[in-house]
Design a binder for this molecule. Structure first.
Ligand code: PLP
Length: 480
């Protein structure tokens, strides 16, 4: 076996990082404690300042420490379960045509009103987005690209962006090239094109239960039937249940969000990812992988994509920059494997092209290294918000509720007492100018009547704290 050469510097910074990591694990350094400055650490460990910086970056990436502006480095609060988690879902075993567009429109409308506290929408707050930097890059792209910037950028789409995606795919455990990607208008278009490429109207598509309502809307629009599969709030899709469903139904495709699912926040273990890909490959069933939240783990390495286990080209990987950079740019992508030509042709007929300038601006942002830097802040903020909202919910909601403990993404999924009707609770909350995601929105059969999704995409503030308190009082009243 050929050994990768490891530089002395690499070993040194790792050694410093693991020494500090051990102090944190052993409780010598506690959450909230300030750790020595980089300069002091370099002195303490007898290494250069740049090695100490590398060690701190590694500790940040592992979620152990965080930098606070103008203040230094601190041990991060550890994620811990605040309440018991809900059980795995048990949806009924029949497939159904979907249709809750009106409910979805109502929630979106409420969530976009500035006077409403946005605990309903799955959008990052403006405060989290690198608006000034992106605007600058967009303006530069306008100037330097002339007519190219306002022309069609025909599929497969912006080459500089596809190059950056290819580079980033190494972090997903994939080895994709620029030629494997098609750029799209958000993950939404990637999902719709993928569904169109592998199904025909009337087909059955297996989905997680609960699932992102955008997937349900896409199935609705294409005349497809959703077959809801039991899903665990920690490990995701129940593979045994999917296997049983495959024996009962002719499943045309399976849509999965293995990394930080919306709304469950669950992360499918790597062994399950591999097993899922192998199980469906045996029957030549395509998997549409929605990786919209793959970049926002709270600690440790970025999780692998299902696509990294795909040897037959059956996984259509979909993603976007909506949850981390610029939802309004509508820049997403699809790596559709063996369905590449089909998705490319469908992209042309669907929207002809993805807007050129936003793609160029994002490509430049990534190329300059800004994305990785920005992601660190996004991950830290989402993690902190999830933790704070969890605690506030545990304090103000009725006793006996259950709640997920996600390790990435931005959602909490809460099981309320059976008596509480989430749709009524959502209406009452809206009257108090608070939006939430009622459970039935996430099911083709409008199940989860006593569940709600709370979004943590906005920085913690007195306004959010008050809104969670009001929501808790409404839930208590409904449960009484
Ligand atoms: C799981 C999931 N997939 C896809 C999307 C849509 O992403 P985009 O805005 O890139 O179309 C969302 C947005 O909420 C989502 O939560």
């Amino acid at each position: 076996m050929i050994q990768e050469p490891v530089s002395a510097d690499a070993l040194l910074y790792e050694r410093v990082a693991s020494r500090i990591g051990k102090l944190i694990d052993d409780g010598v350094l506690r959450p909230g404690d300030r750790i020595p400055s980089v300069r002091r650490s370099s002195h303490q460990h007898g290494v250069s300042v740049s090695t100490a910086v590398q060690a701190y970056i590694a500790l940040e990436d592992r979620g152990l420490i965080e930098a606070r502006p103008k203040s230094g480095f601190y041990v991060r609060p550890r994620l811990h379960r605040v309440l018991a988690e809900p059980r795995a879902s048990r949806p009924s075993a029949s497939a159904k045509l979907v249709g809750n567009t009106a409910l979805m429109a109502r929630i979106f409308e409420a969530a976009s009103r500035p006077d409403v506290v946005p605990l309903g929408a799955g959008c990052p707050s403006d405060a989290l987005l690198p608006t000034t930097k992106l605007n600058r890059l967009l303006a530069a792209a306008t100037r330097s690209n002339g007519a190219r910037g306002i022309g069609y950028d025909l599929p497969p789409g912006c080459e500089p962006l596809r190059r950056q995606l290819a580079r980033r795919s190494l972090d997903w455990g994939c080895h994709l090239g620029p030629e494997d990607f098609i750029t799209t208008c958000g993950a939404t278009e990637a999902l719709i094109l993928s569904l169109r490429a592998v199904t025909k109207p009337g087909d059955i598509v297996a989905v997680e239960s609960p699932t992102y309502f955008g997937v349900l809307q896409a199935l609705d629009g294409l005349g497809l039937k959703a077959l809801e599969i039991p899903t665990h709030p920690r490990d995701g899709l129940d593979l045994a249940a999917l296997g049983a469903a495959m024996r009962r139904h002719r499943i045309a495709a399976c849509v999965v969000t293995p990394n930080f699912h919306n709304p469950l926040g669950c992360l499918m273990p790597d062994a399950n990812k591999r097993a899922l890909v192998e199980m469906l490959a045996k029957r030549e069933i395509p998997i549409i992988e929605d990786d919209a939240y793959g970049d926002v783990q709270f600690e440790g390495e970025r999780p692998r994509a299902l696509k990294s286990y795909d040897t037959k080209g059956l996984v259509l990987l979909c993603g976007s920059f909506s949850k981390t950079l610029a939802p309004g740019y509508r820049v997403g992508f699809c790596a559709p494997g063996r369905f590449f030509e089909k998705v490319k042709a469908l992209k042309l007929t669907n929207t002809i092209a993805t807007p050129t300038l936003p793609q160029l601006a994002i490509a430049e942002f990534i190329q300059r290294g800004g994305y990785d830097h920005h992601l660190r802040a996004v991950r830290r903020t989402y993690a902190e918000q999830v933790q704070r909202v969890s605690h506030a919910i545990a304090e103000s909601f009725p006793p006996g509720i259950k709640m997920t403990c996600p390790h990435g993404g931005m959602f909490l999924w809460i099981e309320l007492p059976r008596k509480v009707d989430a749709l009524e609770l959502s209406d009452r909350a809206q009257r108090e100018e608070i939006s939430i995601g009622p459970g039935p929105l996430f099911s083709a059969k409008q199940q989860f009547r006593n569940f709600i999704r709370v979004s943590c995409g906005h920085p913690w503030s007195g306004r959010i704290e008050r809104a969670v308190g009001v929501l808790g009082s409404l839930a208590k009243r409904a449960a009484a």
